[in-house]
Design a protein around this ligand. Structure first.
Ligand SMILES: [Zn+2]
Length: 254
């Protein structure tokens, strides 16, 4: 794996051990402009790596340093995720730079191949549980949409990078879904399952704005054709499956 050095001045010392991997898209028109911004001292942003459209990997910050990519964020009860994570920016315009027909710009295969190779190497080097491989939208659901519902998380998981649940047969799910404004024990149960996965959400028993944002973040990752913020039956079944995977891994680590 060839790595091109592109040092950024935007880093400081970690305050916690490294045990997370956070994936982003740049949300900019070109990888050159993204790289320039992350190396600009005034911008106060960076990541450890950037992978461009051609699959070239740039290293901006050393892995033992704290890069500035996560912002205000929470996962599995932890904050200051910059101190705990390696951040990878993937060059893609995302929701900010849609295609002429209004769609999301695809991630080229050579780029995804490079992202997978880089992530595998990072997971080999560091003790990062699969439950702590996340997207920016997972850890900051109110603020962030990246790497987006067009990012091929399932391919990454097939390569050993992140969790992916077994498919749910839509014909097998029964009962009612939950919508914003709903209240009661079913909403509490949903919030508890999302907490087990790692999302920063309280058990309020009310399908509030935060719940809607977190469900939408879940869908961007694990039910990508149905990003609505509504907990339809398929989404609820998938939330249960991912929560079970996460809970089993947590037991295995104890
Ligand atoms: Zn991001």
């Amino acid at each position: 794996m060839q790595i091109i050095q592109a040092p950024s001045p935007n880093f400081n010392d970690r305050r916690f051990p490294l045990d997370m991997l956070v994936l982003h898209y740049t949300g900019m028109g070109t990888s050159e402009s993204a790289l320039k911004r992350m190396c600009d001292e005034d911008a106060q942003v960076s990541a450890h790596y950037m992978v461009d459209e051609y699959g070239r990997i740039f290293q901006l910050v050393a892995e033992d340093k704290r890069a500035w990519h996560a912002g205000v964020s929470v996962w599995q009860g932890d904050e200051d995720l910059n101190s705990r994570s390696i951040g990878i920016e993937i060059a893609n315009g995302g929701h900010n730079v849609p295609t002429p027909d209004g769609g999301l710009p695809p991630y080229p295969p050579q780029q995804i191949e490079a992202v997978i190779t880089l992530c595998q190497a990072i997971l080999e080097r560091h003790d990062i549980p699969q439950t702590r491989v996340v997207g920016h939208s997972d850890i900051a659901p109110d603020r962030k949409d990246d790497p987006g519902e067009h990012f091929p998380w399932q391919l990454l998981s097939d390569a050993g990078v992140g969790l992916w649940p077994d498919a749910v047969d839509p014909a097998s799910v029964e009962g009612e879904g939950l919508s914003p404004g709903a209240t009661g024990p079913m909403v509490s149960r949903l919030q508890q399952s999302l907490t087990i996965i790692g999302y920063g959400i309280d058990d309020t028993g009310t399908y509030d704005d935060r719940t809607e944002a977190v469900v939408r973040a879940f869908q961007r990752r694990w039910n990508q054709r149905h990003v609505t913020g509504e907990a339809d039956l398929l989404t609820m079944a998938l939330i249960d499956r991912v929560a079970l995977l996460a809970a089993n891994l947590a037991i295995a680590f104890e």
